[in-house]
Design a protein around this ligand. Sequence first.
Ligand code: CA
Ligand code: CA
Ligand code: CA
Ligand code: CA
Ligand code: CA
Length: 368
Amino acid sequence: MKSGKYIVLIVSVLILAFASSCEPLPKYPAHLPKLVADLETEPVDAFSMQDAADDPAIWVDSSNVSQSTIIGTNKLRGLEVYDLQGKRLHSYKFGRLNNIDLRYGFPLNDSIRIDIVAGSERNFNQIMVFAINPQDRSLYEVSEGISTSIQEVYGFCLYYSISSDAYYAFINGKSGRIDQWKLIVLENGKVGGELVRTLDVRTQPEGMVADDKTGKLYVGEEGEGIWVFNAEPYADTKGKLIKNSGEENPNIRYDIEGLAIYDNGEKRYLLASSQGNNTYAIFNLNEDNTYLGSFAIATEKFDGVEETDGIEVSAANFGGEFSNGIFIAQDGFNLDPKGKVVAQNFKILSWKKIEALIPQSTDSAMNE
Ligand code: CA
Ligand code: CA
Ligand code: CA
Ligand code: CA
Ligand code: CA
């Protein structure tokens, strides 16, 4: 049948056109559970093939949760601020900020406390600290840049020490060095830093997160696994590698990238981006960092998520589907609704979807 052949030809051409516009196609491990994004942010201000978006942070506005923001790095030029629907509110050319983190209530003086977002900036190998203006959700710098002697700064996280009521920044370099800085207020009223100690891992680290509740620092060594250190400045500098956090775990493929902590006051998990197989691993912080399982984020209403760098999670009640919190992942290959590659962005998922995968007793497994 002539018309039949014609239809086959058209369909083949359409499939080829679709496939080429979607390169590279996602490769999710077949046996792992697949979730789908609920929302996505606008693409970062970059060209379609640039590796630009990297690490997200979530600012929870406790006086009006619906006004909370997602702050993301555009590592080519600065920071972007989105509302909870993913709409861009602000875009800043602050410098080449790679990783960021956020803490609440930093004391600028006896009467003013500010919520801060801070990060590693790669033009000047420095730490930059910004305040969040809760009125218009804008950011403004409150440091003058804290210069480090690290050759190529890379990963970054903040730590609030409950025991000493002090704020610290951890910044690492590609060499494996991890510097811990105490954030202080200088005589001119700006936020500065005092280097308090140095830790190290053997090969390139990046993602880091601190658990304020237990005083622990988690460091992803990209081609090795996740280390846990005591985050207190006078503590032992020896780290411990978390079991099943490297490629000895068949569900993990290097690089280990972003790390984030979910804590709802009862359930406490560490999440890690396993960049090499486009998945996310979950470890139980309440049970000696036991590996629980992994999941991927596949295409449905929004395109699936691939080659994730930074992640973030919050257990705050954002209402409705998001009442148990949200999970955010940077998407290395963002597609528009027609399947065309556009600039990278961040995908947003309700925590309820992830929670539903986690076994509530140690008898059942998350992944078969
Ligand atoms: Ca990347
Ligand atoms: Ca971060
Ligand atoms: Ca990396
Ligand atoms: Ca994608
Ligand atoms: Ca998209």
